[in-house]
Design a protein around this ligand. Structure first.
Ligand code: PSU
Ligand code: MN
Length: 304
């Protein structure tokens, strides 16, 4: 069963050029229209300005697409939640029913690897939820990282999740976790989480070498590169934490469970912080795109 790769992405892959995969759940479920469209276009522009080809991934009418036209990107942004949030477990169903799917980190990694894209940029990945030891709500992003050799550039994980347990789970899955120009694993809106990482990288070239080693050894597992939010955009940890506490209580009262929790929490934290979390979110995704594009170029150079 086929995957539709855009001519631009296809050509870049054929010449061993730099390509950066991008997810679509962040567009359809993570941000409101029209900011989602503006952000998606700006992120693609940042990738291009830094020498790589962007490849946004989504399922359109049952066909997985890698690399979208501006019309397709707009359709995703306008239709938002009408696109089904699609993690690995949902792929077969969305394809078989001819549906429209917004791919999460796990599904985007799957398709990126399938077509040979080693680098993928997003904002934040899923993780072990707070109380995950009871609910067993652990994002399939973490198991995908354990079995798919794609490097994911993110700003860490949000403190809506249990960050120490998320790092423990990644260790169990054998995922290389590296922080960019810091020793600390960042917490999305803030540069600090109180958790140290086992590996620090200080340049795109250093990161490319790790990806190269991972590939040559056929480790088969993924790499998580955590880039802290730029200082000028970092939110006050206290304000975010109090919004998270309120939103968690609301989610419990409304009995929101399963894959609805993450979009619910993202939306409530955004509203409860008066929209400032959305602006921070946009700034950090663009910064991740910059770092991801540079890593992609460094890797392409190393492979030439
Ligand atoms: N975290 C964010 N923004 C997001 C997501 C997570 O800060 O948009 C999305 C990503 O697509 C991620 C997914 O892969 O949510 C994880 O969902 P879940 O927790 O249901 O596995
Ligand atoms: Mn979940």
């Amino acid at each position: 069963m086929g995957v539709a790769v855009s001519p631009e992405v296809e050509a870049a892959l054929a010449r061993g050029g730099a390509v950066v995969a991008l997810e679509s759940t962040i567009i359809c479920h993570g941000m409101p229209y029209p900011k989602n469209l503006q952000t998606a276009m700006e992120v693609e522009a940042v990738v291009r300005e830094n020498g790589a080809v962007p490849a946004t991934i989504a399922i359109l009418d049952g066909v997985p697409h890698v690399g979208l036209s501006s019309e397709q990107l707009k359709s995703l942004a306008v239709n938002g939640r009408q696109f089904q949030k699609t993690a690995r477990r949902d792929i077969a169903h969305v394809v078989a029913s001819g549906g429209n799917g917004a791919t999460t980190v796990s599904a985007t990694m799957f398709f990126a690897h399938k077509v040979g894209i080693p680098i993928f940029v997003t904002g934040g990945i899923g993780g072990v939820h707070r109380n995950g030891e009871q609910t067993m709500d652990i994002s399939s992003d973490l198991t995908e990282l354990g079995k798919t050799p794609v490097t994911v550039i993110s700003a860490g994980v949000k403190s809506i999740l249990d960050i120490p347990r998320t790092l423990e789970y990644l260790e169990t899955q054998g995922v290389t976790v590296a922080a960019y120009k810091t020793n600390e694993f960042p917490a999305f809106f803030t540069e600090v989480s109180g958790c140290k990482v086992p590996c620090r990288i200080d340049s795109p070239e250093e990161c490319a070498k790790i990806i190269h080693a991972n590939k040559n050894l056929h480790l088969g597992s993924g790499i998580l590169v955590a880039v802290p939010i730029p200082k000028e955009h970092a939110a006050s940890g206290n304000a975010i934490e109090s919004a998270i506490q309120k939103a968690l209580k609301e989610a419990e009262d409304k009995n929101i469970i399963g894959n609805a929790i993450t979009p619910f929490m993202l939306d409530r934290v955004k509203v409860l912080t008066g929209g400032s979390s959305l602006e921070a979110n946009i700034a950090l995704v663009k910064n991740n795109a910059l770092v991801g594009a540079k890593i992609s170029v460094a890797l392409s150079d190393l492979n030439q």
